[in-house]
Design a protein around this ligand. Structure first.
Ligand SMILES: Nc1nc2c(c(=O)[nH]1)N[C@H]1C(S)=C(S)[C@@H](COP(=O)(O)O)O[C@H]1N2
Ligand SMILES: [Mo]
Length: 406
């Protein structure tokens, strides 16, 4: 994205002139701060995002939703979080786009045009939950570096594409294949053309699942640029970092993929739990695979006021990585007692599931509604933060909203 950074050229007074008035609390603004609406370009317009989305970083662009924005069964683009590690590629010509399948374990290295992929292989559509491994990072203590995601780095859109399996099998997979790794067209923030911002992958078993797609459409349209136009890998239920955007090469590897952000503390957690703040040796870190069970109350918005005697219908979504959610409960007494919610089956494997409940409150006062999902292995969300890890991944603690009965 070509951004003209006029941060240094614009004073508060000049900004106030543009805004047509005094900036309230302007004297408290950090020196180089430019209100987002005045940034050039405006990220909300540039990415077609709702104004209530929250920008966490502009170099690279990272944006999250708030819980109440995620109320739709299928997440529309305007509420979908954006997570970039590098610079979004520019001037993409989809008619010139190619995907190469290579690697130590490919039988015949092959390059497909986008049209080849669309013509040659059957199309499939799935709703797939994509959650950033760092969703919930902001709560860890000692704090973890990186985007301070709260709860909004999750989406479940409808993805259409061809099966990665069909494409890999067309090139041929040798029996020693253990992993795939993606390569993509985004560029490193440093501008160094020899550095990739990210190149991750999944074990071959995950790559060969029915639902693992090379997607060319999202919610029935071309994938929006920020989400990987014109071709994206989608591995539902796994850290969304495995779902490579702008993908132009897939390597079939005879070893665990060793691309950028596969090692060190990136998308890895201590193999054995550690005390908060511990230093962990690289050799004791393990790659995150399926995401843990989690849920989000998407209605009402936290802070709702309810009249005494009225019931409150709550709803939201729950997901469990590779597994299904088998039970959904809520509590209005800080986890002392739990009541069951009604829970729908997923539309397809790896799609999030919708829950709802009608909640009655005994009397006036301040309440919190907590939600807790349990997966088919019997594992429930923890009520407080789960195991600390150096980069603050996998926070699947119960979501809570505040409600006041007046
Ligand atoms: N090429 C590429 N793919 C990428 C990334 C990236 O920076 N570059 N970020 C990954 C991470 S960490 C996440 S969480 C998801 C975010 O997907 P979204 O921006 O479409 O929501 O994309 C993944 N795929
Ligand atoms: Mo991520």
């Amino acid at each position: 994205m070509n951004r003209r950074n006029f941060t240094n050229r614009m004073s508060l007074i000049a900004m106030a002139t543009v805004l047509g008035g005094e900036i309230v609390f302007g004297h408290r603004m950090p020196k180089n701060y430019i209100p987002l609406g005045l940034q050039d370009p405006d990220p909300f317009k540039m990415f077609s995002k709702d104004k209530e989305m929250v920008v966490l970083n502009d170099k690279p662009w990272n944006m999250e939703a708030r819980a109440h924005l995620l109320n739709d069964d299928i997440t529309p683009n305007k509420y979908m979080f954006i997570r970039n590690n590098g610079r979004i590629p520019e001037n993409i010509d989809a008619s010139q786009w190619t995907l190469t399948v290579d690697g130590e374990s490919v039988k015949n290295k092959k390059t497909f045009s986008l049209a080849d992929l669309k013509d040659k292989f059957q199309h499939h559509t799935y709703q797939l939950t994509l959650e950033c491994g760092g969703n919930g990072r902001s709560e860890f203590n000692p704090p973890a570096k990186g985007n301070q995601w709260t709860v909004g780095a999750v989406s479940c859109a409808e993805w259409t594409g061809v099966r990665l399996r069909d494409v890999l099998e067309d090139a041929g997979i040798n029996s020693d294949a253990v992993y795939i790794g993606y390569h993509a067209a985004d560029t490193h923030l440093s501008g160094d053309p020899n550095k990739e911002p990210i190149s991750r992958g999944v074990p071959i078993q995950k790559a060969l699942q029915d639902e693992t797609l090379l997607a060319f459409a999202m919610n029935g349209e071309d994938i929006p640029l920020a989400h990987g136009f014109p071709l994206r890998l989608v591995c539902g239920g796994w850290p969304a970092s495995t779902s490579g955007k702008w993908v132009n090469r897939i390597s079939i590897r005879n070893k665990v993929h060793d691309g950028e952000k596969m090692g060190g503390t990136s998308y890895r957690v201590p193999c054995e739990t550690v005390a908060p703040g511990s230093k962990v040796a690289d050799s004791d870190m393990c790659i995150i695979e399926s995401m843990p069970v989690k849920s989000l109350i998407t209605y009402p918005k936290s802070g709702a006021l309810i009249k005494e005697g009225e019931t409150l219908k709550i709803n939201g979504h729950a997901w469990a990585g590779e597994l299904e959610v088998s039970k959904m409960e809520y509590s209005i007494d800080f986890g002392s007692t739990w009541q069951s919610c009604s829970l729908k089956k997923p539309t397809n494997r790896l799609a999030w599931q919708h829950f709802s409940a009608t909640v009655s409150f005994p009397k006036k006062g301040y309440y919190e509604v907590w939600a807790r999902a349990t997966d088919t292995n019997g594992k429930s969300q923890p009520m407080v933060l789960p195991g600390w890890n150096p980069k603050g991944y996998l926070n699947n603690a119960c979501h809570r909203i505040a409600v006041k009965i007046v």
